[in-house]
Design a protein around this ligand. Sequence first.
Ligand SMILES: Cc1cc2nc3c(=O)[nH]c(=O)nc-3n(C[C@H](O)[C@H](O)[C@H](O)COP(=O)(O)OP(=O)(O)OC[C@H]3O[C@@H](n4cnc5c(N)ncnc54)[C@H](O)[C@@H]3O)c2cc1C
Length: 442
Amino acid sequence: MAERSSTSPSWTTPSWTNWGRNVEAHPVRIAHPASTAEVVTIVRGAVSAGHRVKAVGASHSFTAIAATDGVLLRLDRMNAIVATDTARRRVRVQAGISLRNLNPLLLARGLALPNLGDVDPQSVAGAVSTGTHGTGGALFGISRAVVGVQLVTATGEVLEIDEHHPWFGASRVTLGALGIVTEVTLQCVAAFLLHAREEPMPLPAVLEQVDALVADNDHVEFYWFPHTEKTQVKRNNRVIEGTARQPLGRLRHWVDDELLSNTAFEGINRIVAKRRSWIPRVNAVAASALSAREYVDDSFEVFVSSRTVRFRESEFAMPRDALPHVLGELAAWFGAGHENISFPIEVRFTAADDVWMSTGHERDNCYVAVHQYWRTDHRAYFAAAQDIFTAHEGRPHWGKLHTLDATYLAQRYSRFTDFVAIRDELDPGRTFGNPYLERVLG
Ligand SMILES: Cc1cc2nc3c(=O)[nH]c(=O)nc-3n(C[C@H](O)[C@H](O)[C@H](O)COP(=O)(O)OP(=O)(O)OC[C@H]3O[C@@H](n4cnc5c(N)ncnc54)[C@H](O)[C@@H]3O)c2cc1C
C-alpha cells in the first residue's frame, strides 16, 4: 500500500488504484456484499483472520485514505433507495449508491440534495466520509445533509446513529475510521432548477467584489488561471417558481464542456507537460477563449461537470478573509518562477457547519484548490501551496493531497480529541485503520 513508484514489485494479490493513479494497494481479497448482513459476516471473518477491512467507493480520493492491504469492500451492489419519507423530504439509501445514480432517482421523487460538488461518480458513503463539498456562502458540504447513519463496527455490531445519538457529530465525516457505513439517511430539499451564469472577469475585480458575490448568489465559484489575472466566474441561483428549463444546446455543451474543457485541455496538457515554458502564454490564450454563457437546468445538471483529464489535487479550507492573501502569496510563488502551472485554481465558499471532522466545522470558509496534470510531478507545487494554506489556518480536504499529521490537525479541529476517543471505543484494534489514518489521527 503505497504512493506509486516505478520500482513497485509485481504482485499476485488483487490490486486497487485510485482515480488519480497516485495510490495503489494490494488487498488480500475484494468483496462485493449485497446487504448489511453480508457486510457483518465479512467484517467478522476478516477480524478473526487477522485482516484489516476498508470500504471504497469510486476511489476518487487523491490521498491514500481508502487504501488497504486487508479485505477491500466494494459496496456497488448496495446501491438502492431503501425508503422515502416524502413528508419530511428524507431518503434512506444504501451507502454504495453513486451520486450519479442517486440524483435522477431523487428528481423522480421531487427531491434533490441541497448542494453538490463538481463531479458525481462518488458513492454517497465515500463523498460523506471525506467531507465532499461544493460552493455556497450560506450552504454546506454533502455530509451536513446526513441525518442518520447505519454503521457496522469492528465487532460486527450494527449501529443506528441518528440526530439524537451522542456520536452523531462524529458519524457524518468519519474518514472511514469508525466502521463500514451501510446505509445513510439524507435530508433533501424539493427539487429545484438553477440559473447558471458563467463569465470571464479579471481577478482584481473578483477580489474587490468577493463578499458581495458570495452574499448575493446561492452558489459562486471562480477559476483563476495562474500566470494571468484572468478568471472564469460561475454563479448559480435558484429560479423563481414557474421558470422553465433552458438547458445548454447540445452543440454548445459539447464544444464547451467536452471539446474545450476535456479533449483540447488534455491535448494542451500533454504538450505543456514537455514544454513547461509555454504555460503562461497558453494559459492567457485559454482564458481569453472563455466566453459568457447562461442556462437553466436541474440543479445536479448544473453542479456537475464531466472531468476526463486526469489530475492530482490538493484543497484547503480557510477563513474567508484569508482569500486575497492566499491568492496573492500563490501569485508571488508563480511570479518567482518556481514552476509554471497549467491548471486553473478553483475557489469556493461554504458556511460553518456542526460536523466535527468537516472542513467547515464552526467556520465560514473559502476553499482554494490546486491541481496538477497527472503526468507532471505535483510535489513541489503542492508543498508550496500547503505552506501558504497552513499559514492561514488551513484545513486540508481529507480526500485531497496533503502531508499534515495529527499534531497539526488536532489544532485545527476543536472536536478532534472527541472524535479520536470514539474511534478508540469503536475500533480499538484498528480493524478499519491504514497508514493514512495513522498519520492524520495519530
Ligand atoms: C475528478 C474529481 C473531482 C472531485 N470533485 C470534488 C468536489 O467538487 N468537492 C469535493 O469536496 N471533493 C471532490 N473530489 C474528492 C472526492 O469527492 C472525495 O475524495 C470523495 O471521498 C470520493 O468519494 P468516493 O466514493 O470515490 O470515495 P473513496 O475515495 O473510494 O473513499 C473515500 C473514503 O471513504 C471511505 N468509505 C467509502 N465507502 C465507505 C463505506 N461504505 N463505509 C465507510 N467508509 C467508506 C473510504 O474508506 C475512504 O476512507 C473530487 C475528486 C475527483 C477525482
